[in-house]
Design a binder for this molecule. Structure first.
Ligand code: NAD
Length: 297
């Protein structure tokens, strides 16, 4: 199989390198960032000179791109998939995307004989490097089956969820839950610290009690180390939460916690932390109280 992979950043990079190393398929790589492409060429990928070179003649085209507008640009814009994919090709979007956008893209691409599936992933950069990420897939079952050997080369828990957009819905719901856990973790840790408990000791208690969760552990780790360097940014988390709110708006589903957490992310971005780790929601509380969790200033 010939694979074109577009978008090899924090997530796409390690996913693409695992496909190159483990699947044995021929992989052609494109990204606006040449260094990111070079890291994939080092392990056996081919660099595409243009985006069209990563699309023309490919059996499967995969994207891992930041925002829904980036996916639309690559899929339907100049030099993109609609213009250059061969009839019969499969397009698998691994980004965390809007179900509405991926359905619109799929409709346009079906006119060109291209079958679209959505296949967002969960497990972070470490999971992507280890090849242990979860992949949640929606869309044509035959295309899913064809892509399975590729999915198995970079992920572990591959789930087929039904019609197109189902993967995006599962991913958005998962992240919305994770971010609410993170925000609760930030509030709780700060409250405990201000109330005078040693934050390291408090963390040990929570990790062994009912407040524990992956989101909690993430915010605790970053807060206690004062390290906000990102492999998953506030900006991307804000986008994911926006997608959850948008879906709830479309379906008139009441959400109580998520809009508050979205607003917390908005404040973090307003304070200039958009490029920091998603857990930098904590920094809003740190600013409000003039102290860090780990120490009084
Ligand atoms: P990133 O910003 O690190 O990487 C995106 C890459 O896409 C960059 O290298 C950028 O140069 C490239 N790009 C952007 N527009 C392009 C275009 N028009 N043509 C070619 N390349 C283009 O982002 P990321 O963290 O890797 O996230 C990618 C997707 O995966 C997002 O949808 C994100 O929500 C999702 N995701 C991220 C994580 C994570 O932990 N980072 C986890 C799960 C899912």
């Amino acid at each position: 199989m010939k694979i074109g992979f577009i978008g090899v950043g924090h997530m796409g990079g390690p996913m693409c390198r695992n496909i190159i190393k483990k699947s044995g398929f021929d992989v052609t790589v494109f990204d606006l960032n040449k260094e990111a492409v070079a890291a994939c060429v080092e392990v056996g990928g081919k660099a595409a000179a243009t985006m069209a070179d990563a699309i023309s003649g490919m059996d499967v085209i995969m994207t891992s791109l930041p925002m829904p507008k980036d996916v639309e640009a690559v899929a339907l814009g100049p030099g993109g998939i609609a213009e250059h994919a061969r009839s019969g090709a499969i397009y698998a979007d691994l980004s965390t995307n809007s179900p509405t956008v991926i359905r619109r893209v799929a409709d346009a691409l079906s006119d060109k004989g291209v079958t679209t599936i959505d296949a967002p992933v969960s497990g972070g950069v470490i999971g992507a490097e280890k090849g242990t990420i979860a992949i949640m897939v929606g869309g044509d079952k035959g295309a899913y089956d064809t892509c399975m050997p590729i999915f198995e080369s970079f992920g572990q828990n591959v789930s087929y969820l039904g019609g197109l957009g189902s993967g995006c819905i599962a991913k958005i719901v998962n992240n919305m839950i994770a971010f609410c856990n993170m925000a609760a973790g930030a509030e709780g840790l700060m409250l405990g610290a201000v109330a005078g408990i040693d934050p390291e000791a408090l963390n040990e208690v929570i990790r062994n009690s009912s407040g524990n969760s992956m989101g909690y552990r993430g915010v605790a780790h970053k807060s206690l180390n004062g390290d906000w360097s990102a492999t998953f940014t506030v900006d991307l988390a804000y986008k994911d939460m926006h997608l959850a709110l948008e879906l709830a708006d479309e379906l008139s589903v009441p959400l109580s916690l998520s809009p508050q957490v979205h607003n917390l992310m908005r404040m973090a971005r307003g304070l200039g932390y958009g490029g920091d780790d998603a857990t930098a929601m904590m920094r809003v509380y740190e600013n409000a109280l003039g102290r860090e969790v780990r120490k009084k200033s």
